[in-house]
Design a protein around this ligand. Structure first.
Ligand code: HH2
Length: 294
């Protein structure tokens, strides 16, 4: 009789690939996406990298620390944040995207606006990270006409109102169905399946308990077959658990969440503290899967 098999160790021979424009990202180890906010009002590091030179310098540091992807955002999506004019968003992000792409970095553009996404793709970005999950038909067209990687995230409603008494009957089931439907919509618009990653959208219209349930339910997202991205870094639910009001002080909780995520099915973690995350996740991954082959 066959022995009950242990959880599948990682198959080094055939890594899954996330196709992001000219980059084929192997998912044989967790990828770290470094957050680059080119905004005066992000919740976590508001204004620290608001000029192009400061932002580019910070991105170079994150790349040196082991970031696989740099996620450039020009519009804060913190709860209640005002919506930005796309022209202003483009003015903030474009010089940064251009410079980093020219240096060979895998650049993701974090935007809800089709015109911003298309300008940044022309400037060399390889990934479109849309917190509104490609709800906008114009955004799906930009996606279909490009070869870019796409992050489809779940958000309940809009940033202005998402935290007003969010309710689900079954948060994991509902978020999972939404992501599956949005990914199918992209595929029916002509996007190759291998370009799509999904993200349960920690903090986007979720209570503390919803966030915890989503993290506990990660294997259900992995089961959809798309790479799974998790963005928990410095978020409010961590502060709620640790009693820390200042986002930049939430390092240990952020590392715990990243380690949990990669050991429960996440392929990509979106983080502020790259060096610390690379080390923490590297150790957790080695325990779970063995040492990656060079
Ligand atoms: N979280 C934020 C922004 N973009 N994208 C993805 N895919 N997943 C996330 O969880 C996610 C995201 C948070 O927004 P913001 O308030 O701008 O803060 P920061 O970018 O510093 O995390």
């Amino acid at each position: 009789m066959a022995e009950a098999s242990a959880p599948a160790a990682h198959d080094h021979a055939a890594p899954r690939i996330w196709t992001c424009g000219r980059h084929a990202l192997a998912l044989d180890h967790p990828l770290v996406m470094g957050i680059l906010n080119v905004t005066p009002d992000s919740f976590s590091d508001g204004g620290a990298h608001a000029t192009p030179d400061a932002a580019i310098e910070h991105a170079r540091r994150m790349l040196a620390e082991g970031a696989d992807i740099i996620d450039v955002g020009g519009e804060s999506t913190r709860p209640g944040a005002p919506e930005l004019e796309p022209a202003e968003e483009i003015a903030r992000v474009l010089p940064v995207v251009e410079a980093l792409a020219r240096e060979g970095a895998v650049v993701s553009i974090d935007t809800r606006h089709a015109v911003v996404a298309s300008s940044c793709l022309s400037a060399g970005a390889s990934i479109v990270n849309d917190v509104s999950g490609f709800r906008d038909a114009a955004m799906r067209n930009v996606a279909a006409e490009s070869g870019a990687g796409l992050v489809v995230m779940h958000m309940l409603g809009e940033p202005g109102t998402m935290q007003v008494e969010p309710h689900y009957d079954d948060v994991v089931g509902e978020v999972r169905s939404y992501l599956a439907a949005q990914a199918a919509l992209l595929e029916s618009s002509g996007v190759a399946r291998g370009r799509i990653a999904i993200d349960p959208g920690i903090g986007f219209g979720k209570t503390l308990e919803h966030n915890l349930e989503l993290l506990r339910g990660l294997p259900e997202f992995t089961a959809l077959g798309y790479p799974v991205l998790v963005g928990a870094s410095r978020k409010r639910f961590i502060g709620a658990l640790t009693g820390q009001d200042v986002p930049a002080e939430r390092l240990e909780g952020s590392l715990a969440a990243a380690v949990w995520a990669v050991t429960h099915g996440a392929d990509i973690v979106r983080v502020h503290d790259v060096a610390e995350t690379v080390r923490a996740v590297g150790v957790a991954w080695a325990i779970a899967n063995g040492v990656p082959r060079e």
